[in-house]
Write a new protein. Structure first.
Length: 163
């Protein structure tokens, strides 16, 4: 694989139920990959907007991949079951919730090492950093935690080919 350019589709991750998920199942979909937390000041606005965007564009090919992370202020202390329950009950999230991961440091999940190296290599600053990935699995943009999902809806529409 040396020298071969990788895409998001080359990775496998574990979902909140412990199932291994090959991200190649998302070929042809636009992905929004987000590190999430249940007890952050950004939680309500982000989860609300993510759920609304998902409802609006899931049939056109948008998929949101949420990765809980407890590296920022200990704001995601719960178990996978508690996190999934919280998100699905409180925010009616229908998109997949994955296993809790580290996004920074030596123990960072391989998918996050790849996402960061694709867009500058900087560490994730806080909860709700968002990576937008095109249908071919290439990272096209990285949005800071304070950037609301609605604020880049046009970028999503462009990748989906939705007028």
């Amino acid at each position: 694989m040396a020298g071969e350019s990788k895409t998001v589709h080359d990775f496998t991750v574990t979902d909140a139920r412990g199932n291994v998920v090959d991200l190649s199942i998302y070929k042809g979909k636009v992905l929004l990959i987000v590190n999430v937390a249940s007890q952050c000041g950004l939680t309500n606005s982000n989860y609300t907007e993510l759920s609304q965007l998902y409802q609006k564009y899931k049939d056109q090919g948008l998929e949101i991949l949420a990765f809980p992370c407890n590296q920022f202020g200990g704001q995601e202390p719960g178990s996978n079951e508690e996190i999934a329950e919280f998100v699905c009950t409180r925010f009616k999230a229908e998109y997949p919730i994955f296993d809790k991961v580290d996004v920074n440091g030596e123990s960072a999940a391989p998918i996050y090492k790849f996402l960061k190296s694709s867009k500058g290599g900087d560490d994730i600053k806080w909860n709700f950093s968002k990576f937008l990935v095109d249908k071919d699995g290439n990272v096209v943009n990285h949005y800071e935690p304070t950037t609301t999902p609605f604020s880049f809806e046009d970028d999503i529409k462009k990748l989906l080919g939705v007028a």
